[in-house]
Design a protein around this ligand. Structure first.
Ligand SMILES: Cc1cc2nc3c(=O)[nH]c(=O)nc-3n(C[C@H](O)[C@H](O)[C@H](O)COP(=O)(O)O)c2cc1C
Length: 259
């Protein structure tokens, strides 16, 4: 079980709402002593799983998880998603090889601290950071180096990978719809005792025509995310401390700040 999650926030005023999650015995409870319900527990305890057992997930469970995705809400009910399930071990291994190669290339061109290109790599990094600010953010960039060195697998050794494609024609904000759809699947998987990890870095497969052809990805669909799926090694799920943000709370003509 995870560490103590103890968000103790006493609010000013009439004390209408005191946000507090506390641990009573082995149970995390809401401040009124009411236990989290099963849905809340899955939401609160889910963690990204990066170590999987060498055991395939039964097809019927994967189908069930895809159903949870299919039932997600979307703007204008446009359902701008399509799924590709990859359970072929050889294919996953080929994808890992490609990811390693691509990460080595990225590192060669833009890691000016180690690249033989020296200052030129610094220039490429500046251009890259402006063109792809999210992909080349310092956090994923650390992972790029680990993947390049074979110390981290893109799909973490999961036996099943769900690729999520976004339909560019979706109403309003298709990336949000796709995120909701993916999280539905993630939560359904954890409720079934499975582990998942989002893999945003899967976007690198867009850069190679061979993979786009093999996976049958063409307009209006764009590969945006992947979710790894498998039986977790150990018990990675559990609550951990999370950042606490201020919330502006308007009621009865008064604004309060709550957490
Ligand atoms: C959209 C998205 C993309 C992510 N991409 C990756 C990824 O490429 N590789 C990875 O190992 N984790 C990835 N993650 C997992 C995050 O690192 C993880 O959710 C975060 O560190 C919080 O940890 P937790 O999921 O255990 O609560 C991604 C998560 C999200 C939501």
């Amino acid at each position: 079980m995870a560490e103590m999650l103890d968000m103790e926030i006493e609010m000013e005023g009439d004390g209408k709402a005191t946000a507090r999650t506390e641990k009573v015995g082995e149970m995390y409870t809401w401040h009124e002593g009411m236990p989290w319900n099963p849905v809340e527990r899955v939401i609160l305890e889910r963690r990204s799983v990066r170590k999987y057992k060498d055991k395939q997930v039964p097809e019927k469970l994967v189908r069930r998880i895809l159903e949870a995705g299919r039932f997600a809400p979307s703007a204008g009910n446009s359902q701008p998603w399509r799924f590709i399930v990859v359970r072929d071990r050889e294919m996953i291994e080929d994808m890992e090889k490609y990811a390693r190669l691509r990460c080595r290339m990225i590192r060669f061109f833009i890691n000016w601290q180690t690249s033989p290109l020296g200052k030129l790599a610094w220039v490429y990094a500046q251009i890259g950071a402006r063109l792809l600010p999210n992909l080349l953010h310092p956090i994923p960039f650390g992972a790029i180096s680990l993947i390049a060195d074979g110390k981290l697998k893109l799909f973490h050794g999961a036996p099943t990978v769900i690729l999520i494609l976004m339909d560019e024609r979706g109403a309003a904000k298709p990336p949000i719809d796709v995120g909701i759809c993916g999280q539905n699947m993630v939560l359904a998987a954890h409720s079934l005792g499975l582990g998942t990890c989002w893999v945003g870095f899967v976007e690198i497969f867009k850069l190679r025509t061979k993979w786009k052809k093999k996976l049958g990805i063409e307009w209006p669909y764009r590969l945006v995310e992947a979710i790894t799926l498998g039986y977790p090694m150990g018990k990675p799920d559990g609550m951990i401390e999370r950042e606490l943000q201020e919330i502006d709370w308007w009621e009865d003509g008064v604004k309060r700040t709550v957490f």
